[in-house]
Design a protein around this ligand. Sequence first.
Ligand code: F6R
Length: 612
Amino acid sequence: MCGIVGAILKEGAVLRGMIEGLRVLEYRGYDSSGVAIAGPQGLLVQKKAGRLEELENVLAETQFPDGLAGIGHTRWATHGPPTDVNAHPHTDTDRTIAVVHNGIIENYLELREELSASGSRFLSDTDTEVLTHLIAREALEGSLVDAVLRALGRVRGHYAIAVLRPGAQPEVVCARHGPPLCIGLSKEGAWLGSDILALIPHTRNVIFLEDGDVAELKVDSIVVRDLEGNLLERTAQRVDWDAEQVGKGSWPHFMIKEIHEQPDVLAQTAFHRLDDESGDVKFEEAGWTDEVLQGVERIQIVACGTALHAGYTARHLIEGLARVPVDLDFASEFRYRDPILVPGTLAIGISQSGETADSLAALRRARELGARTACICNVAGSTMVRECDAALMTHAGPEIGVASTKAFVAQLVAAYLLAIRIGRARGQLSADEGRVLLQDLRLLRPKMESLLSKKFLARMIEIAERHRGVKGFLFLGRGINYPIALEGALKLKEISYMHAEGYAAGEMKHGPIALVEAWMTTVVITGHGLLAEKVRSNIEQVRARGGPVIAVGADRESLELADEAIEVPDCNEWLSPILNVIPLQLLSYEVARLRGCDIDKPRNLAKSVTVE
Ligand code: F6R
């Protein structure tokens, strides 16, 4: 959940590149930050509670010196509140080394006792400081990498760390066991970062460290070892993301930029995969063959948050189009219950980052129980992609806004493609049926664009203005649009901090209807076919009790019944979630903006939840 950067350069200065790296990693955690530089006279450390700007201000005010090697960190507190002292990097008593860390050291209390008894003085409440003293004690003699190896042998837990030791030849070592870490060589030297976003301004050739890897960064080479010190071969992968995609351009927030990218995301995720001749989709990734898919008896989806909502939609799609039974669970629940997986289960994880701790653990559990594993994921080289038997990449490009938008739409598109692929592989869909579904997908792009027109945006602002002051929101949907109700509520609560609940519309009279009153807005996603009528009666029930209703969707009759109508172009039912979610994303964005919230960095949240 924290962001780590580091570098060792041949010449020049490391600080600016590190700060830029921290800026793009701030989405991982943003309650405090810090840097350490290997200066000629020893370690120089500056850290500050608050956003990265606070650190930048202190660095400028103190004319903080620069150097050829350094490490930096942006924190999301786990042990100890976000204060200057608890911010990383941490140093040992004699300030011989500095450490930044993402993760949790489980046996830190016993290590802390032992180290205190032998003279280490602890300044912070963090588990990381224990690791710092431990490495420093081991580093009294020999190389830093050997000290790190010995220290890690004593540690239980999850970590991505970077360690810096100043000297005539500064040393930078990093290690991974759990949270992600990648490294790369550029013309200027070697870089490390929690994710590729921090590396792509310097190099597109990236090594994704694996669990148990310890890497020593030198100006012209990188040496990777296992925890026993044996040398390992790790090859760099070429990353196709652009440095420009990492910037906000002229947009006020990443979230709104990413919402506007969604029509392009549809094209990037799908269009190169559509094969009209066979009425099928062709995945460039291995593992989705007819043979594999014909052997699937059941699908088990595991995911968290927004990705789980994509999972609910995927269940409708796969059951509806391919007629394979699908179970679905929160990854955090699945991993700790005692699930029963029938032979022939395909476990599918859905994740933007591919690093969410619970989702990874759930997939590992499914594998232990005999399932084949696959994922729908946005980040090439991520742990999930590397660990699964098959991956389906969403190609949404880097998503930086903490509230997921374009990655969600890409997951919905990927799920649609997957349902067609399974349906075709198993003979549930004919080539003609497949062709119609592919064509419907192509026609979606202009429809998505129409929901991002100036006129439409102005209407969303008006609606947001009228409802920004209510007590709370209820989001209702049915069938394939029930997950969109869940997603609408999640988006609103996470960025505007307003209370919002997503419900299956049919459940309304079993409880939530008690909430209905003039200051509770109900957002209803209109239905298709049989369900359209049912949703209409939900709207009438809310209105009869004096509750304002915003209806979103393509069913005209429902729209006419509501106080506010947000008309969405018509499309086949399977694709309707992709259109319906756009106004809900915009509504959350505008409500949060009008309420003055920090949209790209909502309080208490981090984008990539790499710890439990
Ligand atoms: C909400 C949001 C989170 C993530 C969840 C899973 O806007 O972004 O709910 O969807 O933390 O993250 P990934 O998809 O990276 O596994």
